[in-house]
Design a protein around this ligand. Structure first.
Ligand code: TYM
Length: 336
């Protein structure tokens, strides 16, 4: 067995993929894929926790798979698969439900936020973090690279792992660690730099940059970005300057420069208009090759299906023995 660290992460195939997803997650997954044993999952079962248009969900799943490959994930270095193709995930969720106190789920901030916005709340929304814990724990995951908004979910996966291990007096589950990037972990909305850029608000004009937006649209979104009434271009914790800070953060992740290098790049800028245009240009330059690769990949749907089928086989080879052992430990009789 390889002694490389095991990495698992996931993304929901619902809505349009944003620059936040890319900077907070996909870029880091691709940049570090050589160092680790990687599992990246299109978590379609998670998407079902809020109402979906079936045809749209199917199309989005394929689009997202192609986008992840276009962002640089290599099928030689990563297992890329669709969650519902590997039955161990739904099974793990059920088994872990039976050892997870309800109070742990009711306290989750994403559940509280999302359920407050819905007229009727389905059980899946409450149970979402248990399905996610199953995803992670099935693969003996050491590291879970995610954006800041998933920190609490990974904490819960740790709690579930520890509670299972102590209940059955074993070290059966590896206790995973969230790996959150120093910059880019929380890309904010361009229209409102006090709230996270999110897929679910991506339809709101000026909120998000989507990975498949054309250059004109990207420039337009940045030009409309909310800033403050001043003119100082520097990193700052001041809530007043959250807009400028967000733009500089985006520039910083993409150029891989230090804070002082970024600030000196803008020393000659003529106001916020200039800042917005230059950040837009860096984003456009980063997304252009991704978009070109995306279109190439989408032109060969057979190859995309093949990659996902191989991914599902590889993922099942790891997670099916794990779920069998889990069932045995919990007292279920395995079929002969
Ligand atoms: P999802 O689909 O909402 O987002 C995928 C990844 O993108 C990150 N992200 C962001 N990072 C920075 N700034 C933003 N504005 C931003 N928006 C999204 C997310 O933090 C995430 O890393 N619950 C997960 C999916 C999941 C999962 C898992 C993740 C299911 N099972 C197991 C890790 C391990 C989710 O909804 O991500």
């Amino acid at each position: 067995m390889s002694n490389k660290k095991r990495v698992f992460s996931g993304v929901q195939p619902s809505g349009a993929v944003t620059l936040g997803n890319y900077l907070g997650a996909f870029k880091g997954w691709a940049d570090r894929q050589h160092e680790k044993v990687n599992f990246f999952c299109l978590v379609d079962l998670h998407s079902l926790t809020v109402p979906q248009e079936p045809a749209e969900l199917r199309a989005n799943t394929r689009t997202l798979a192609a986008l992840l490959l276009a962002c640089g994930l290599s099928p030689d270095k990563c297992t890329l698969f669709v969650q519902s193709h590997v039955v161990a995930h739904a099974e793990a969720c059920w088994l872990l439900n039976c050892v997870t106190p309800l109070g742990w789920l009711q306290r989750m901030t994403q559940y509280k936020d999302k359920s407050a916005k819905q007229e009727s709340v389905f059980t899946g929304l409450l149970d979402y973090p248990v399905l996610m814990a199953g995803d992670i724990l099935l693969y003996d995951t050491d590291e879970v690279p995610v954006g800041d908004d998933q920190r609490q979910h990974v904490e819960l996966a740790r709690d579930i792992a520890q509670s299972f291990n102590s209940r059955y007096e074993t070290e059966f589950f590896v206790v995973p660690q969230a790996v959150i990037p120093e910059v880019g972990a929380r890309v904010m909305g361009l229209d409102d730099p006090t709230s996270k850029m999110s897929k679910s608000s991506a339809h709101i004009r000026g909120h998000a940059v989507k990975l498949l937006d054309d250059p004109k649209e990207i420039l337009r979104s940045f030009k409309r970005a909310k800033t403050d009434s001043g003119n100082e271009i520097r990193f700052s914790d001041d809530p007043e300057k959250a807009g400028v800070n967000n733009l500089l953060g985006i520039y910083k992740v993409l150029t891989e420069k230090s804070n002082s290098e970024v600030e000196s790049d803008f020393a000659d800028a003529r106001g916020y208009g200039d800042l917005k245009t230059r950040v837009a240009e860096v984003v456009i330059a980063a997304l252009e090759p991704i978009q070109a690769r995306y279109h190439e990949i989408m032109s060969d749907p057979g190859e995309l299906d093949r990659i996902l089928a191989v991914g599902a086989q590889q993922a099942a080879a790891v997670s099916m023995p794990k779920i069998e052992e889990m069932k045995r430990m919990m007292g279920l009789v395995l079929p002969k």
